[in-house]
Ligand binder design. Structure first.
Ligand code: DX5
Ligand code: ZN
Length: 215
């Protein structure tokens, strides 16, 4: 069964508790952390994750769009994130592996993320070491509400074959422009977790939108 992870980037930050409750029929909560350096936008940080943790038992799928993410692993783990995903473009491979090691020590699930420019093959050494999630961006990270990049579908399919070969329990998540028109092709390409911001929070009936995305 496909998991749906609504992105609170599309929520009303003044009514975050209410807006998290609105998506309680979903599987995970996707938390977009942006530092204004790795991406041009600034969103939320450690204290907000800490507050969210106090108000929900949902699995916090925390997407770190930050330079040198190893600097923040301890803080987000302590704040209550269940999974941290770090971008392959955000630091050199030894530093990224060290950040993943630290997640393991702290007992948080570990994920890697690819910008649209990054090739599928880049995930192989990480799958070989063992990770919990690969996240494929189907928009340039930084903003919600952009159009789905269909040219990323072959990459999703290629990563599915690598996951099946090297790390079969690893989740394959897609983020950016996912809606009822694009969800099916992501799942057909091998995704098992779908992030959706505007398609969920922009819907008149949010539980129905979540159910429709599950297909
Ligand atoms: C973009 C974020 C996404 C974003 C998705 O940088 O990583 O999680 O919230 O929003 P939609 O679903 O509107 O494209
Ligand atoms: Zn995201």
């Amino acid at each position: 069964m496909v998991k749906i992870a609504p992105s609170i980037l599309s929520a009303d930050f003044c009514n975050l508790e209410r807006d998290i409750q609105k998506v309680s029929s979903a599987d995970w909560l996707h938390v977009d952390v942006m530092d204004g350096m790795f991406v041009p936008n600034i969103s939320i940080g450690v204290p907000v994750v800490q507050s969210i943790r106090k108000h929900t038992g949902m699995f916090l799928d925390t997407h770190l769009m930050v330079e040198k993410p190893g600097r923040y692993v301890d803080a987000f783990a302590k704040a209550g994130a269940d999974l941290l995903s770090i971008h392959l473009e955000a630091d050199m491979p030894p530093a990224l592996h060290a950040a993943l090691d630290r997640m393991e020590d702290l007992g948080v699930q570990k994920g890697i993320v690819l910008r649209p420019i990054t090739a599928a093959e880049a995930v192989i050494p990480y799958l070989q070491r063992g990770i919990d999630l690969v996240l494929v961006m189907t928009v340039e990270p930084g903003f919600g509400g952009q159009s789905f990049m269909a040219d990323q579908l072959p990459k999703i399919a290629a990563i599915r074959t690598y996951i099946d070969r090297y790390c079969p329990a690893c989740h394959l998540e897609v983020d950016g422009g996912v809606n009822t028109q694009t969800a099916g092709s992501c799942v057909a390409a091998g995704a098992d977790v779908l992030v959706a911001g505007s398609a969920v929070y922009g819907a008149a009936d949010i539980p129905a939108a979540i159910a429709a995305l599950r297909g």
